[in-house]
Design a protein around this ligand. Structure first.
Ligand code: NDP
Length: 355
């Protein structure tokens, strides 16, 4: 990516570089998964930067217009090689997006020569922003709120997962083709099964919520063969619609929270947005079977009311969504680059204590 910089527009931030993340973390307290506190990511700098952050005044106009462009480069690679492939996450807001750091870490670990920027697109500006990025040589993007549906509409090809979810979180560009995927659900089941060692097959699963994230996780969950998957949602019609759409894929039940109040489950996934506001979804202590896994898709919030209730109810594992985030990124990275990055150490570095 040959992007000329103007005086004062480029900032090196070396101690936030991948190989320096460890210097900005505090070690975990005890917990079911090691939790680390990452701080000071944009505050420190040295002269040995292997990772660059640029506030590029010379960035393409569409990118400048949205005010934020973050440019991360894989360390230890030639920085301005014309061969460097470009990737991005597109959403809004992206001020706290971890994706550039995650992909920079993957690139360093696997020796891939790529850049990964965060691009905030304006309302109604998703397609135009992507077009500009592609015209500049962009090879692929992650997509986050509020553009996951826009991405589905923009794509020329949708995977089964993306089509059924009705939402896209990852795209790959190949000439005129814009191929779309949704790796959110696969990231979640990979975290549950591979990282946490909790098989889904034969288990009773309760999924709280029927929004975008819930839609995205349904197919990968059902493909693992749970005994039953129950969707509970405040707006029952949304849960029922999902049941009708996915019924052929497995044993799926839908209802409201009162319907499941007395039932217990082996895996309870909070896919509502309530933890973002520190609110407890309408679950009961009875919902958590002895030895169950409670998984909150929200991350970085510590012990949410949902996880606290689960822990107090005797859940064996209480986990937040940072593993899902890193695992979906790993799926995207492998799809783009053909090489699988390690995830475990990064999950541990990005995790916060659940206290
Ligand atoms: P949506 O806005 O699409 O869905 C929100 C869901 O929460 C709906 O089911 C909604 O119910 C429910 N809800 C919200 N408020 C209440 C309430 N007061 N009482 C009962 N139910 C409520 O959000 P998403 O699906 O996109 O995201 C859900 C969560 O998942 C977010 O916290 C997000 O941060 C997280 N997430 C994490 C990811 C990761 O990688 N770890 C990836 C994607 C999302 P109703 O339908 O009745 O309105």
């Amino acid at each position: 990516m040959n992007q000329p910089s103007e005086a004062g527009s480029t900032v090196s931030v070396s101690q936030m570089a991948c190989n320096n993340i460890s210097s900005a973390v505090t070690p975990p307290a005890t917990g079911t998964r090691q939790r680390w506190n990452v701080t000071g990511m944009s505050k420190t700098a040295s002269n040995n930067s292997s990772l660059m952050l640029r506030c590029a005044a010379s960035a393409p106009k569409a990118l400048r217009a949205v005010g934020k462009m973050r440019y991360f480069h894989a360390p230890d690679q030639p920085r301005e090689s014309p061969m460097t492939d470009q990737y991005a996450v597109i959403g809004r807001p992206l001020g706290h997006s971890k994706s550039p750091m995650i992909h920079a870490d993957f690139a360093r670990e696997t020796g891939q020569d790529l850049t990964y920027v965060a691009i905030e697109a304006p309302d109604g500006g998703f397609a135009a922003t992507v077009e500009r990025f592609r015209a500049e040589g962009g090879r692929g993007i992650n997509v986050t709120l509020p553009f996951k549906l826009d991405a589905a509409a923009y794509a020329t090809e949708l995977s089964d997962r993306a089509r059924l979810a009705g939402a896209v979180n990852c795209m790959k560009f190949d000439g005129a083709r814009a191929v779309a995927e949704n790796y959110d659900g696969l990231g979640l089941v990979n975290d549950i099964e591979r990282n946490l060692g909790f098989p889904i097959a034969g288990r009773r699963v309760l999924l709280l919520g029927a929004g975008g994230a819930a839609r995205g996780v349904l197919l990968p969950f059902l493909e693992r063969g749970p005994e039953v998957l129950v969707i509970a949602n405040r707006s029952v019609a949304k849960a029922t619609a999902l049941r009708e759409q996915f019924a052929m894929r497995g044993n799926l039940v839908a209802g409201d929270y009162a319907d499941v109040a007395d039932q217990c489950f082996d895996i309870v996934v909070n896919a509502t947005s309530m933890s973002l506001r520190g609110e407890l979804p309408p679950v009961t202590a009875r919902n958590f079977a002895a030895g169950c896994l409670a998984y909150d898709l929200v991350y970085g919030k510590g012990l949410t009311p949902f996880l606290r209730l689960a822990r107090d109810a005797g859940a064996e594992r209480v986990v937040d969504g940072i593993g899902m985030l890193v695992e979906q990124a790993a799926e995207a990275f492998e799809w783009w680059r053909g090489v699988r990055p390690q995830t475990q150490a990064l999950i541990e570095r990005l995790s916060v204590p659940l206290t």
